[in-house]
Design a protein around this ligand. Structure first.
Ligand code: SAM
Length: 226
């Protein structure tokens, strides 16, 4: 059975999509998308040999070799023009790694109309990347599984504008205020307060003053949204 996290990613894949799942590991997501009749075909990309071999094995085991191509490649280099990929999923990595993958082979994004990204941390850097690369947030989701909280960003092409709060919390998520959202930002707020208290008594260097101002700014934003 697929994790709730990957099921939520799958929920945003349009029916009939040609999907590339980058950093696919066991290729569970593309196998699920084909079995459910959501994707019409898929590419599973992996840069590490072990996970690549797991993906090949899983696709064979599930009898999906005609529908899923597994490639050993770095990031979007797994996508070839003749695949006609229109949807890319990248899940289970940090936001900065997801952004570096999106930036490294920009040609691979040419025919792509939807990106479904699930950063484990630092979703903000993905929103920043989207903003400057003319991708707009179509939808967002947040969920808790095994005591971890995950955000999912669904992007389509187009301009957008985001305030500082929307960049940090997500424009859709901060309106919906789902329980996982409240939990995540309450935790973050408590962490920031803890750090703030710990530097309160410290020697006042310019670095500490800067850190303090940053924390106070973040606390102000989080208090405005909770
Ligand atoms: N996407 C799956 C999921 O969400 O459950 C697997 C997540 S796993 C934590 C991250 C995977 O990304 C690893 O298998 C790793 O080898 C792969 N990976 C990391 N950097 C990559 C890159 N530049 N290109 C392709 N795969 C990459």
């Amino acid at each position: 059975k697929l994790s709730k996290r990957l099921e939520t990613v799958a929920k945003f894949v349009p029916t009939g999509a040609v999907v590339a799942d980058i950093g696919s590991d066991h290729a569970y997501l593309p196998c699920y998308l084909i079995h459910k009749g959501i994707a019409s075909s898929a590419v599973a990309g992996e840069v590490v040999k072990g996970p690549f071999e797991s993906a090949v094995g899983q696709v064979q085991k599930e009898g999906l070799t005609e529908k899923i191509t597994v490639r050993l490649a770095d990031g979007l280099a797994a996508v070839e023009e003749t695949d006609h990929v229109d949807t890319i999923t990248i899940a289970g990595m940090g936001g900065p790694l997801i952004v570096s993958i999106l930036e490294k082979h920009p040609k691979s994004l040419d025919g792509v109309t939807r990106l479904i990204l699930q950063p484990n941390i630092h979703a903000k850097v993905i929103r920043e990347w989207a903003l400057v690369n003319n991708w707009a947030i179509l939808d967002e989701d947040i969920l808790e599984e095994d005591d971890k909280i995950y955000e999912i960003l669904v992007l389509q092409r187009g301009p957008m504008k985001l305030t500082a709060s929307e960049l940090l919390f997500g424009p859709k998520l901060m309106l919906r205020k789902m329980p996982a959202f409240i939990k995540k930002w309450t935790r973050e707020k408590e962490n920031w307060q803890r750090v703030l208290h710990s530097i309160e008594g410290a020697e006042q260097t310019p670095e500490i003053a800067e850190k303090r101002a940053e924390l106070l700014g973040q606390l102000k934003l989080v208090e405005g949204v909770l």
